[in-house]
Design a protein around this ligand. Structure first.
Ligand SMILES: [Zn+2]
Ligand SMILES: [Zn+2]
Length: 254
């Protein structure tokens, strides 16, 4: 199982791409602007999209992915996400106003797009590969994910504040090798981090100190305007688990 970072920024501008991870050739975790890095041939191979939540930086290219490849494929694309997230997508994106309802095209019995509810704790098996939803705490309903195929595990926090349930879920993983965890605002804007339910470096430190395993920690979701300050604050972080900055193109083998 190979996980490639297509986008890991909290915004756009220059080389910044918003969140999307490619798993092998056929799975996306989130579908932010990073998914636009894929060729048409690569986009055609996407069978499953696991969404952490409904915010635009994580779903921006989903409507265009579905529209671009839908008529060229023989199988539907399945979007997995919490029920509340799917409800928001139906009401506010695939509503015939912002974008067509591809769950009814060409008809409801054989649609281009399928939506499959998934709750925190639930596990989806795709061949030997497992995708498990993790709890998260954000300004809208949200989950993280744990990926593995029987060996090392990679966990992705999604967008989250300090979340006791997510920390407990991470501590319950027995082979956690990689942790991709968000940090959006620098310490001086901790008020914004709290209001938007994101992490600051100080809050990240709190989370890392509560982890019982020893994963390699990669930090994602910097707001582009704060990259320099955030990088410095993470360098100064005296956590037991020293965080590294996640970059586009980074690959993890599981
Ligand atoms: Zn968000
Ligand atoms: Zn986000």
């Amino acid at each position: 199982m190979k996980v490639r970072v297509l986008g890991c920024s909290g915004g756009v501008g220059g080389a910044a791409r918003t969140t999307s991870l490619l798993v092998d050739q056929d799975i996306l975790v989130d579908c932010g602007t990073g998914a636009g890095e894929l060729s048409l041939e690569a986009l055609l191979r996407i069978d499953h999209v696991f969404l952490t939540h409904s915010h635009l930086d994580h779903i921006a290219l989903l409507p265009m992915l579905v529209d671009t490849v839908g008529n060229l494929r023989e199988r539907p694309i399945t979007v997995h996400a919490p029920d509340e997230t799917l409800r928001i997508l139906r009401a506010h994106i695939f509503n015939w106003l912002v974008w067509p309802d591809f769950t009814a095209i060409p008809d409801r019995n054989s649609p281009i797009l399928r939506m499959q509810p998934l709750q925190a704790g639930e596990l989806v098996r795709l061949g030997e590969r497992c995708v498990q939803a993790l709890p998260a705490l954000h300004s809208v309903p949200a989950v993280g994910y744990c990926l593995h195929c029987g060996g090392d595990q990679l966990a992705f926090s999604g967008d989250t504040a300090v979340c006791d349930q997510q920390i407990a879920a991470l501590n319950a993983l027995d082979r956690l090798r990689y942790l991709l965890i968000e940090t959006a605002f620098p310490n001086e804007h901790q008020d914004l981090a709290l209001a938007a339910r994101h992490l600051s470096p100080n809050m990240l430190h709190t989370v890392l100190d509560r982890l019982t395993g020893r994963p390699e920690v990669y930090v994602t979701h910097f707001k582009p305007g704060y990259t320099t300050g955030l990088t410095q604050e993470l360098t100064n972080c005296k956590s037991r688990l020293p965080p590294q900055v996640l970059l586009n193109g980074h690959c993890f083998d599981l």
